[in-house]
Design a protein around this ligand. Structure first.
Ligand code: SAM
Length: 288
């Protein structure tokens, strides 16, 4: 098997923006349940591999506020809004799908494979978030320590990736054909991603790497069922168009992909969504 370090789901591919939008719709509620309690106004946040920028916008709504008005101008409000203004930097290898955004979000092109994280201006960070990204990157293990090193004392590193559990499992369908086709799609996808350096086993190392990087770590997981036609089933429909030729090269027939797409819009079909692993590491305040 010849391995490539090229990112498998290039944002230049036709339909990539649509797939990213479904991904955000599927995962943002889970992610925000984790991020929101760890954010406060004035925090400095780095969003890596931002995709559509949906998380950067939601985070900016929490952390960015106008600087304090002159004392006495607004009574209690000036007390509430005292302190730093907050910052959100959204980076991506190809930030072309980052939507018009909160005015306080800075968008930057940055390649995590070759450019140091310390070179992104604005740190040390109160929170760094990377979702569905590190599993794709060959430097994933080293990156955990590099990211931990640019956290402020008390700052959080939140890394989220999909594990295999759930992927390909059909919970309900009118015929057994859905399971055969969905499983064939998942196999072709995994094979294609692997050739491009995606490591499905990395989630089993991420917790240990966080601890070794000096962080207080915990793991949270989440998965939901996806009904035909809803966002969870729309993602494989769109992704299978985005990388159709590649999936065919990796073993699934075009007719099978087309039939699978018709099954995934059927409300009588329910599949089990991918299990999201969310690794939360906190730099101890005493680390200085
Ligand atoms: C699967 S998408 C996930 C997008 C977003 N984090 C989300 O979960 O909605 C991965 C994103 O990481 C970006 N990416 C891939 N390789 C990268 C790299 N080497 N450096 C920075 N970003 C990268 C891609 O361009 C893409 O936008």
């Amino acid at each position: 098997m010849t391995l490539s370090t090229t990112y498998a789901l290039d944002n230049d591919q036709r339909g990539a923006g649509i797939s990213l939008a479904w991904l955000a719709q599927i995962l943002d509620p889970h992610t925000m349940r984790i991020l929101e309690p760890r954010l406060e106004p004035g925090a400095r946040v780095l969003e890596l591999g931002a995709g559509t920028g949906s998380i950067a916008r939601k985070v900016a709504d929490i952390v960015i506020h106008e600087p304090a008005a002159a004392a006495g101008d607004h009574g209690d409000r000036s007390v509430l809004h005292a302190g730093p203004r907050g910052l959100v930097v959204a980076t991506d290898l190809k930030p072309i799908h980052v939507q018009p955004t909160h005015p306080g979000v800075r968008v930057e092109k940055h390649d995590l494979r070759s450019q140091p994280v310390a070179g992104i201006g604005g740190g040390p960070w109160d929170l760094i978030h990377a979702r569905c990204l590190l599993a794709h990157l060959g430097r994933r293990d080293q990156l955990v320590a590099e990211l931990a090193a640019v956290l402020a004392p008390g700052g959080y590193l939140v890394i989220e990736d999909w594990g295999g559990v759930g992927a390909g499992v059909v919970l309900r369908a009118p015929t057994g054909e859905t399971e055969v086709l969905y499983s064939a799609y998942q196999q072709a996808l995994r094979s294609y991603l692997q050739v491009h350096g995606n490591d499905g086993t990395w989630i089993l190392r991420a917790y240990r790497l966080m601890v070794e990087a000096g962080l207080e770590a915990e793991v949270l997981t989440g998965a939901t069922s996806w009904v035909g036609g809803q966002a969870g089933c729309r993602l494989p429909i769109e992704l299978s168009k985005q990388i159709e030729d590649q999936l065919i090269e990796h073993g699934i027939a075009l007719d099978d992909l087309r039939t699978l797409r018709t099954h995934l819009v059927n409300p009588d079909v329910t599949v089990m969504g991918n299990l999201t692993w969310s690794f939360v590491g906190r730099r101890p305040i005493a680390a200085g």
